[in-house]
Design a protein around this ligand. Structure first.
Ligand code: PMP
Length: 429
């Protein structure tokens, strides 16, 4: 067992500090420019899907299974072959799917916007209510929180546990407060911790008895098939069926997209929900558009062929992502494992590693790393309103840099963690 920094004397800490400072100055002098801030696929990953550019050309038959020419108007909620592909990816019947454009975040925004202006399946529009609240498992995805903040929805933090959100708190709040209209969830390989909700958590979600009739679970399964390992994968119970079994078929909206399967800039995205929910969604959709990009839907369906094609494709992504995750985790373990200055989980999939520093250190660590040319996600971003009450959580996104760049970036990160932590510990000695 390594000695923790807390156990060292003031003199020992000062000595380590001066060594680390010298090291830090050396790195800083290199004038590096590194970025571990956003969960973007690397160019190498984008190149995996370039075959998609060849499945359609000027000689292609662009008529979809419905017999409609994909170049023209028609087929409001997605062509049959693309629905089948995404239904299999989202583990629901294709009758429960509506395809939108390229972004699932856009569907989530639309879903909240529609609830604000027109209500949920006939209930009072949220904008007419004095107060609308959302539960936000933390740490979580900053862009979810931005949507609810934008609409003036009050966000309530719910702590994450290794099996998902703290369900005792979720049950208590949802069943007692009719102003709570929703909860943001990333149930598999969560952003940022990489946690997958346990069977018990999913069962408890499906059994919720909300005080509000228009309460919905916003189940953003962005990383459903984004495993890192073939032999170590997480499993998630399918929530739509589970809610139906429990007599709450309308309580959940599921979202997903191919952003991190094909192209984030031009994938396809879908919502999955009950027949009644989808009926209400289509009412709005038919006013909003005459139809989304069917040529792109056709391109995806013909390229992947079926879910097996997609699963095979994801193995190629995993082969690129795995060494990057390994590089970050290996450096964290080697450099700060056992020092008592931070904790993290080793996820089996998804796009992120979440790091918890000593309380009050996250902002300083991110600022320190920036001094040496490393851009991290802003500290606080993983919490509603950008406010981490502990100032502790930092999201690490290993996908975009090369493995070599990542190694250097993680070295800068751990140096920053050590320096900031030593200062904090020294201040209390
Ligand atoms: N949900 C989560 C949890 C994400 O991490 C991301 C991408 N970072 C998105 C949604 C965005 O999805 P899309 O590209 O489909 O809008």
């Amino acid at each position: 067992m390594a000695t923790t920094y807390e156990e060292l004397s003031k003199e020992e800490l000062l000595e380590i500090k001066s060594e680390l400072e010298a090291e830090f100055e050396k790195v800083k002098a290199q004038g590096l420019k590194l970025d571990m801030s956003r969960g973007k696929p690397s160019t190498e990953q984008l190149n995996l899907s370039m075959g998609m550019m060849d499945v359609l050309n000027s000689d292609s038959d662009l008529v979809c299974e419905e017999g409609v020419d994909c170049r023209n108007y028609g087929v409001l909620d997605g062509i049959r072959e693309a629905k089948q592909l995404l239904a299999d990816m989202m583990e629901v019947p294709k009758e429960n799917i509506v395809i939108f454009g390229n972004s699932s975040l856009n569907i989530m925004y639309d879903t909240i916007a529609r609830s604000m202006t027109h209500g949920v399946m006939g209930s009072t529009p949220w904008c007419k209510l004095d107060k609308v609240k959302f539960l936000c498992p933390v740490p979580g995805y900053d862009r979810h929180f931005s949507i609810t903040e934008y609409f003036g929805i009050e966000m309530i933090n719910v702590p994450m546990t290794p099996t998902g959100p703290d369900m005792d708190i979720v049950e208590k709040l949802v069943s007692s407060d009719p102003a709570i209209k929703g909860i943001w969830c990333v149930p598999k390989y969560s952003n940022p911790q990489g946690i997958t909700y346990s069977d018990e958590t999913v069962h408890r979600f499906a059994k919720l008895n909300p005080a509000a009739e228009d309460f919905r679970i916003f189940w953003d399964n962005a990383y459903g098939i984004h495993h890192l390992y073939e032999d170590k994968q997480d499993y998630l119970i399918e929530i739509l069926m589970e809610c139906k079994k429990e007599g709450h078929p309308d309580m959940v909206y599921k979202f997903s997209s191919t952003s991190k399967i094909s192209f984030p800039g031009s994938g396809i995205a879908a919502i999955a929900a009950s027949t009644e929910n989808l009926k209400a969604i289509r009412e709005q959709m038919k006013i909003q558009t005459i139809g989304h990009d069917k040529v792109n839907q056709l391109r995806h369906a013909r390229y992947f062929k079926d879910i097996h094609g997609m699963v095979q494709h994801m193995k190629k992504h995993a082969d690129i992502m795995r060494p990057k995750f390994d590089a970050v985790l290996e450096t964290l373990e080697r450099e700060i494992g056992g020092l008592g200055i931070g904790s993290w989980l080793a996820p089996r999939g998804g796009y992120f590693i979440s790091f918890d520093a000593l309380p009050g250190c996250a902002k300083k660590i991110v600022a320190k790393a920036k001094e040496a040319g490393l851009v991290m996600t802003d500290a606080g971003a993983t919490f509603p309103y950008g406010k981490d009450p502990q100032d502790s959580n930092i999201r690490i996104a290993p996908s975009y840099p090369t493995t070599e760049e990542l190694k250097v970036a993680t070295e800068i990160f751990v140096l920053s963690v050590k320096l900031v932590s030593i200062e904090k510990i020294l201040a209390s000695k």
